[in-house]
Design a protein around this ligand. Sequence first.
Ligand SMILES: CCCCCCCC/C=C\CCCCCCCC(=O)SCCNC(=O)CCNC(=O)[C@H](O)C(C)(C)COP(=O)(O)OP(=O)(O)OC[C@H]1O[C@@H](n2cnc3c(N)ncnc32)[C@H](O)[C@@H]1OP(=O)(O)O
Length: 187
Amino acid sequence: MSSTWTLPDDLVVPELPADHPGPGAPIPQHWGRCFGCGDDQPSGLKMDFVIGEGLEVIGRLEVANRFQGGPGFIHGGILMTAFDEAQGMACSAALRAAVVTGHFETDFARPIPLGSVLEIRARVEGTVRRKVYTSADARIVDGPLADPEVVVASSSGLFVTVGHEHFEKGRRFADGLPGPDRDVSAF
Ligand SMILES: CCCCCCCC/C=C\CCCCCCCC(=O)SCCNC(=O)CCNC(=O)[C@H](O)C(C)(C)COP(=O)(O)OP(=O)(O)OC[C@H]1O[C@@H](n2cnc3c(N)ncnc32)[C@H](O)[C@@H]1OP(=O)(O)O
């Protein structure tokens, strides 16, 4: 199976910021309660990220037992969430902008066993106005069936840059419960 995703002809490849950190630099979580990267989200994926080459970031996911779908394997939606997080991080690192996901698609090429460590390489392909075109691939780098040469899944996604006002409507629900207004400036 392969994606029907195509990049537009008027794609602009962005310049990296002058002070963009070099490959290997850690990328901080963007929000402590984020299901993808937050330390303050006990049920979350707890992904870690570093800067990669060029417009790429490299994410790491330990496939915990609670991420199970079919017996012994990762749930497909969990894998999509990991891609979503990684591709969003790539946008944020390259563009220094907040983004949300507009459209997303994933190819699942191989089953991924629990206990795997996945490396997800995600990159910005380019932008058109506020649209950010991204892609990513995943490899098992440790654990059962590890083979860093084999792409076990891949993903393409369109993100849209937004201002911080985008998150204002959600701030009262920031713990899943209506509550006092929260400072979302750290998003
Ligand atoms: C959990 C979020 C955390 C974010 C934290 C951010 C800070 C840190 C930054 C970075 C790290 C990121 C790590 C996080 C990763 C996870 C991200 C998620 O899971 S986000 C949650 C799911 N996504 C939504 O909830 C969006 C819901 N949708 C919307 O709010 C709107 O539809 C929005 C903002 C996407 C667009 O609405 P408009 O009114 O602002 O703009 P219009 O004009 O409609 O679209 C702009 C352009 O985008 C295209 N577009 C929009 N949606 C599209 C779609 N679905 N497919 C194709 N094109 C689309 C349009 O055609 C237009 O293109 P033309 O410039 O005219 O060519």
